[in-house]
Write a protein that binds this ligand. Structure first.
Ligand SMILES: [Zn+2]
Length: 93
């Protein structure tokens, strides 16, 4: 999927349309000792049962997320674009 590097988009902070820089959103590193992760690990111990995070049906592809950075106030917003795709997002020059 292709997307322009700069787009004119609404900035909730400036409350108007401004020029925004687009880049792909990336997940940060998972913290293995975070409370939620420890809780989840505990649930995975033992036998069977329905457990969170184990999917029986895998979705085809993911919805691409981008980060828009306002050129005026430098605030960032997330935006989901398009539908589920297997291809990674590309930014036009
Ligand atoms: Zn702004």
């Amino acid at each position: 999927m292709k997307y322009p590097k700069e787009v004119n988009a609404y900035c909730p902070n400036c409350r108007k349309h401004t020029l925004n820089k687009a880049k792909s959103a990336s997940k940060g590193k998972a913290r293995p000792m975070a409370m939620g992760n420890r809780k989840h690990e505990r649930k995975l111990m033992g036998h069977g049962g329905k457990r969170a995070g184990e999917k029986t049906v895998k979705k085809q592809g993911k919805r691409q997320k981008i980060i828009l950075e306002c050129s005026v106030c430098k605030k960032k917003q997330e935006r989901v674009i398009g539908t589920r795709t297997k291809k990674k997002i590309e930014f036009n020059a």
